[in-house]
Structure formats: C-alpha cells, structure tokens
Design a protein around this ligand. Structure first.
Ligand code: ATP
Ligand code: MG
Length: 184
C-alpha cells in the first residue's frame, strides 16, 4: 500500500498559517498540551480524504473547518489540506497509474463548498474515494479508527461491523465501484 509522507495544512481550524508536517515511516505520535491542535491534525487528514460530515469534524457546518480568527487575527476565507502519498506506483487507476507520488488536496471556500485535486488535476470527490481505496489495498494497509468508533465496533450490529471491517480490509473500493456501476 501507499504511505503517507506529508500533510500540508493552511487556514484549517487552528492552523491559520501554512504548516507542513512530515510523516516518517513507522509509528507516529502527536503530543502537546490540551487544545494545541492535535485532534485538528487528524481532522485535517480525514477531511482531505473526503470526510463529508461536519459533525464528525466537530462543527455545525463544513465552513466551520475554516480558521475562524482569534482576538488578534482575522478569520480566513479558504482552508486547504494536502496529503502527499508515496510508493503509489501501480496502485492508482489511470491517469495516475505510473505516478510514484500523489498529492491529494481538498480546498474549501466560505459559502461555496469544496473541491479536490489529485496532482493538481481537479477530481470528483467520488473518484478521490475510489483512488484512496485503491491506494490502501494490500495486506498491511492503514485503517483509521477514531476514539468513538472503538466502542462502536464492539457494540455494532453484525452488518455495521462488517462495513467497518471491510473498510479496514481495503475492499470497500470494490463496493464503491460496484455501486457506481449499478448507478450507470
Ligand atoms: P486535547 O488534548 O484536549 O484533545 P487537542 O490538542 O486535540 O486537545 P484540538 O481539539 O485539536 O486540541 O484543538 C482545539 C483548538 O482548535 C481550540 O482552541 C479551538 O478553538 C481551535 N479551533 C477549532 N476550530 C477552529 C477554527 N475553525 N478556527 C480557529 N480555531 C479553531
Ligand atoms: Mg484532542
């Protein structure tokens, strides 16, 4: 599977200024005092990967992810998060098949919704979802499990639990494709 290499955050939540975070191979921990922005980093990662629920971004509407300003700084009108993935060659569908690195960006402008780009090419949200599912395919892929979902997994109905496990197993991309095929 592909590997997260870098996260770039601008105007997203508490990250008013452009911030670049390198993600090295192995285990990554994020430490810091309460309220310093640790969860916002994870939110940024999930948001750029297509999270569509404002509530799961801990806000009322999606525009709430945009830096809202402080006593000393005005609010921003645009938020942008980019994820760089490496070791992607052969995993992505056309036209990204041969690329060894992919940069997936999501940008939101106050009042006008968000757009996605893959290597600077504008891409539909659902194609980003399929791309991410393809990049995760493999026996040792990453899965994102938030605090709340650990207990959700334990108490889930069998069909819900199957969905969570399929997502973690990297086969939800197949379902996304089947769903799209059925719509056509
Ligand atoms: P804890 O250790 O308590 O979990 P944390 O490091 O995870 O803290 P976060 O939840 O990431 O902290 O960050 C919370 C901070 O982000 C708060 O100060 C909040 O005001 C700020 N914040 C959230 N959304 C925005 C926004 N849109 N604009 C500006 N600041 C924001
Ligand atoms: Mg937190």
């Amino acid at each position: 599977p592909a590997r997260f290499a870098r996260l770039r955050i601008t105007g997203f939540k508490s990250f008013a200024d452009a911030t670049s975070i390198e993600i090295l191979p192995g285990l990554t921990g994020i430490v810091g005092p309460n309220g310093c922005g640790k969860s916002n980093i994870v939110d940024a990662l999930r948001w750029a990967m297509g999270e569509s629920s404002a509530k799961s971004m801990r806000g009322g509407e999606m525009d709430d992810v945009i830096f809202a300003g402080t006593l000393s700084r005005p609010a921003r009108s645009i938020a942008e998060v980019s994820i760089s993935l490496t070791e992607t060659a052969g995993l992505a569908p056309a036209p990204f098949q041969a690329e060894a690195e992919l940069e997936i960006s999501r940008r939101i402008e106050r009042g006008s919704g968000s757009t996605y780009r893959v290597n600077r090419r504008e891409t539909r949200a659902r194609d980003v979802a399929t791309l991410l599912a393809d990049l995760a395919a493999g026996a040792r892929n990453s899965a994102m499990i938030s605090q709340g979902r650990v207990s959700a997994l334990v108490s889930a109905r069998p069909d819900e639990r199957r969905m969570i496990l399929e997502e973690a197993a990297g086969i939800s991309g197949l379902h996304a494709r089947r769903h799209e095929a059925e719509l056509k």
